[in-house]
Design a protein. Structure first.
Length: 190
């Protein structure tokens, strides 16, 4: 009987350690993802006087480029967060302008150093447009960027078929993955 006590003590100790560890794991898991219910549509437009691509979560900004600059509405480009959620990173926007002030190219990036370099070389800082994942977690999908140097246009899409179609079209070059966004509708994770 006496020899049972240490064994019982060890089992209780182990049980208590493992239940604490699994509690910690659950907390980490819960903190890893943003709440997909907080995600909003990132609307896309393109065209305009200087053949540009512009995406925004602001319906006011989208309506303005359509009404005043003749941009074409392309639909929902992705779902993103407008405030910083767990594991997300800022998606910055900078744009270049010609002498009359018209934008020629909108450039979206998660790289603070690319953003800083472009601002130094005269691009306009439009701040943080959204928050997205820097790696493919939480049901996110790649947000691709392609570039047409003749049109000075960066085009962004989460649609892999559309991305492949661009790459197969003369004039468009692959610039890889900007970050990871939620598809529309979002996968039910987080
Ligand atoms: C997201 O919304 C669904 C449907 O309303 C709800 O069941 C779920 O608990 C919500 N998820 C979070 C993390 O709030
Ligand atoms: C993806 O792009 C292809 C080619 O443009 C299009 O046919 C398809 O409808 C798009 N898929 C979605 C889900 O929008």
């Amino acid at each position: 009987m006496r020899s049972m006590f240490p064994l019982l003590f060890v089992s209780i100790l182990l049980w208590s350690i493992s239940s604490k560890a699994s509690g910690v794991m659950q907390n980490l898991q819960a903190r890893t993802c943003g709440n997909a219910n907080d995600s909003v549509p990132l609307f896309a437009t393109n065209g305009g006087p200087l053949q540009d691509f512009f995406a925004s979560t602001s319906t006011v900004a989208i309506a303005s480029v359509i009404e005043h600059q003749g941009f074409t509405f392309l639909g929902v480009s992705a779902r993103v967060f407008t405030t910083q959620e767990p594991s997300t990173t800022p998606l910055y926007l900078v744009y270049s302008v010609i002498s009359n002030g018209d934008a020629t190219d909108h450039f979206y990036t998660t790289s603070a150093s690319d953003r800083a370099l472009l601002i130094e070389s005269g691009w306009i800082d439009a701040g943080v447009q959204a928050y997205i994942y820097p790696t493919q977690i939480c049901g996110s999908v790649p947000y691709y960027v392609v570039y047409n140097s003749a049109q000075t246009e960066h085009f962004y899409t989460a649609n892999q078929t559309q991305y492949q179609n661009f790459l197969a079209t003369a004039g468009w070059a692959d610039q890889g993955i900007v970050g990871y966004v939620l598809p529309d509708p979002p996968n039910c994770i987080g």
